[in-house]
Design a protein. Structure first.
Length: 184
């Protein structure tokens, strides 16, 4: 039982619970109804980090795996906490849709490229990249769907080391908002 798992006392009135406990109770109540669509606005606000993590993994994870086709719509600024549960996400900034993508497609589209060269690269063309860091022999950039072309340009200058990795959804958020010229 979720009330026991989250150490809530069923004999106490909701008005006598702490803010975090009231948030937990509201979330448990919403999930227990097993709706096909669950809309949560900053659902972990007011919860301590341990309870937040436990709630996300246990409650939302179980809700999604309940054997039916269900949707959980979460509005949050804590993207990293929901990373493993997100199938599709939309970035909204100042009321406008900046980006809507399948999470796996977003990770494929947004790549971080690290490169270290024997000498400082003077003719490296970083057009179309978000330059995170360029210091001496090292370059760190974010490719937004053009990683193959950028990697080709980097490799043409014979780097000592190159590493690519997909971005976390929170980093994609930062890059996409930056790309639009907005401030998050």
């Amino acid at each position: 039982m979720l009330v026991d798992q989250f150490r809530l006392d069923p004999s106490r009135k909701a008005s006598h619970l702490s803010k975090g406990q009231r948030t937990q109770l509201a979330l448990i109540t919403a999930v227990c109804a097993e709706p096909d669509l669950l809309v949560l606005d900053e659902p972990t606000s007011g919860l301590d980090p341990i309870v937040r993590r436990e709630f996300i993994q246990t409650v939302i994870g179980a809700f999604q795996e309940g054997g039916r086709d269900r949707t959980v719509f979460v509005s949050t600024h804590l993207i990293s906490e929901f990373e493993g549960l997100i199938d599709e996400f939309t970035i909204i900034d100042n009321g406008r849709d900046v980006l809507t993508l399948d999470a796996d497609a977003a990770r494929e589209r947004y790549q971080r490229i690290y490169a270290r060269f024997p000498d400082e690269p003077s003719r490296l063309d970083l057009t179309g990249a978000h330059v995170l860091r360029r210091a001496g022999r090292e370059v760190e950039i974010v490719a937004r769907g053009n990683s193959a072309q950028l990697l080709e340009r980097v490799m043409a200058l014979s780097p000592e080391a190159v590493k690519t990795e997909s971005l976390a959804l929170e980093d994609i958020f930062v890059s996409a908002v930056h790309e639009q010229g907005a401030v998050a």
